[in-house]
Design a binder for this molecule. Structure first.
Ligand SMILES: [Zn+2]
Length: 370
């Protein structure tokens, strides 16, 4: 065979090999091999659609890295980057300010009419629940614009029917204290004067006023038991319900929107709280929904909470009482490891492997109940 023909065949074979290997068309195929002479241009002529001047495809890359201590600053950076990448699929808002003036950021994910509210990190040391919600936004948004599917769920149609209202970090001042210590707060002396119910600031649960935000909601607040009556690292319910700006902001958000259901995320337990004795008979759908959530995660369902002294004043308890709609408290992550935050580098094993489909199921349940 003539030299030119041999070279042509080689080039065709190389091109075929690249396409078999699923290479992006604009990579090696487009680069003329050094042996190619001008007479062989037909083989390497670029199809118009892959010319360098063609419209560049957007690369939807992973934004959130949950395998690290997830600070308020990281969350805000990721929020901005996600919004820029996904346009009108994601909208950012603020539902208010924390005690120290941080924005209580709200992520609206989806385009549907059915609204669901999801809240993370009422308790400071449980900031891995923020990582969980942010990873959910990241993965589901990418699924929406690429395959439309996430792990067996039709995320495209779910997010076309639902808009998730996500407050990933209800207690940013507390998270700041857990990660960086009292000197990083606006009033270190005041923080140091508060009662410590655990040994270290990394175990702090309350907001920066020493009020436990999940003991603050106006639902059997008077009955709610407390073993501390001064601002403390945890358990202090405050001098009255809804004195704290973070709780006021959550109440306002829920009052202003017609949420079909709510879920609040905590850590250490792998259990789901779904009903209180006062409202269980009025929220018929709650039980079967809770079973679906338990099934998809492998988490244990708790019984109906009987005593307002125990269940009172939590976000989900208040939501159920106020709106007579389903609300869930999901304790992500296994029990153990004391009360310090988990090792973030183990996020996949501690949270994601079991809970990655949880929000998809929550959306499906809200749609089915309409
Ligand atoms: Zn908690």
């Amino acid at each position: 065979m003539k030299r030119g023909v041999v070279i042509s065949i080689i080039i065709i074979l190389i091109a075929a090999l690249f396409s078999v290997c699923n290479y992006a068309p604009q990579v090696p195929v487009l680069t003329p091999a050094p042996t190619v002479t001008p007479s062989q241009t037909p083989v390497i002529t670029l199809p118009p659609t892959v010319a360098p001047t063609a419209t560049p495809t957007i690369e939807y890359k992973s934004v959130v890295n949950p395998n690290q201590p997830y600070s308020y600053e990281l969350m805000m950076e990721d929020c901005i980057e996600l919004q820029a990448m996904y346009g009108d699929l994601i909208q950012l808002d603020s539902i208010g300010k924390s005690v120290e003036g941080r924005d209580l950021v709200l992520i609206k994910l989806g385009k549907g009419k059915i609204k669901i509210v999801l809240a993370g990190t009422h308790h400071a040391r449980e900031y891995i629940t923020t990582s969980f919600l942010m990873e959910t936004v990241d993965e589901y948004a990418r699924a929406y614009v690429t395959t439309g599917n996430y792990n067996g769920y039709d995320i495209k149609s779910l997010l076309d029917s639902v808009t998730l209202y996500i407050v990933p970090m209800v207690n940013p001042d507390g998270v700041n204290l857990v990660l960086y210590g009292p000197d990083a707060t606006k009033n270190p002396d005041k923080v140091r004067s508060m009662r410590m119910l655990k040994d270290s600031y990394s175990e702090w649960k309350a907001n920066i006023n020493g009020v436990d935000l999940n003991r603050q909601y106006p639902c059997y607040w008077e009955e709610k038991a407390s073993n501390t009556d001064v601002p403390s690292s945890e358990m202090y319910k405050g001098t009255a319900p809804a004195t704290e700006p973070e709780v006021q902001a959550m109440i306002r958000l829920c009052n202003e929107n017609d949420f079909a259901l709510a879920a609040s995320f905590h850590s250490k337990g792998e259990v789901i709280y779904w009903a209180d004795s006062g409202t269980v008979d009025s929220i018929q759908a709650g039980g079967s929904m809770a079973e679906s959530l338990a099934e998809v995660t492998g988490y244990k369902l708790m019984g109906v909470s009987q005593d307002p002294a125990v269940y009172g004043a939590g976000f989900e308890n208040w939501f159920r009482q106020e709106f007579l709609r389903p609300a869930f408290c999901v304790e992500l992550t296994p029990v153990g490891n004391g009360s310090t935050p988990h090792d973030d580098s183990r996020f996949d094993e501690l949270v994601w492997q079991k809970a990655n489909r949880l929000v998809a199921v929550i959306m499906q349940l809200a749609i089915d109940s309409k």
